[in-house]
Write a protein that binds this ligand. Structure first.
Ligand code: ZN
Length: 155
């Protein structure tokens, strides 16, 4: 049995240990509302970087439009209609299990295949997925589960 050791140099204290919330930054999202004519709507549909989410026709033959713009610095004053623009920071909140106190990597030792007796690096052992199961396969002789190893437990 080979013990796959934790690389001592890789051990780091997690600055956010215990946290159950992380944030992912998606940049700035710029949405707009405008009212314009059917003809202007066609022009907007053909404008690069302008995406229309919804169009509502009102009685005076004007169209209420909601959409978003790729570039928040877009000069929408050149576009048809009467515009209101709203820029929001788009930050996603992700909830997860508490972040552990330490993070670390394992070493990549040579492990002998019980069948063909070749030594293979841990990272070179093939994994195959079949429905819900994962199989370890020797990259040389294709035997299944022919390596005997265990990960060191440091906690
Ligand atoms: Zn083998």
């Amino acid at each position: 049995m080979v013990i796959v050791k934790v690389n001592r140099k890789s051990i780091q204290k997690n600055p956010y240990a215990g946290a159950t919330t992380s944030y992912r930054w998606h940049g700035v999202k710029t949405t707009f509302k405008t009212i314009c004519t059917e003809h202007e709507l066609i022009e907007l549909n053909n404008t690069k970087g302008v995406h229309i989410f919804s169009e509502r026709r009102s009685e005076n033959e004007m169209v209420d439009i909601d959409g978003c713009i790729d570039d928040p610095k877009y000069d929408f004053t050149k576009l048809p209609g009467s515009w209101t623009v709203d820029s929001k920071k788009d930050i996603e909140t992700i909830n997860h299990l508490p972040i552990s106190e330490y993070s670390y990597k394992y070493e990549n030792p040579l492990i002998e295949c019980n069948v063909c007796k070749n030594k293979v690096k841990l990272s070179e052992i093939k994994l195959e997925y079949n429905y819900d199961n994962t199989y370890e396969i020797c990259p040389i002789c294709e035997s299944v589960y022919s390596f005997d190893y265990k990960y060191e437990d440091i906690l």
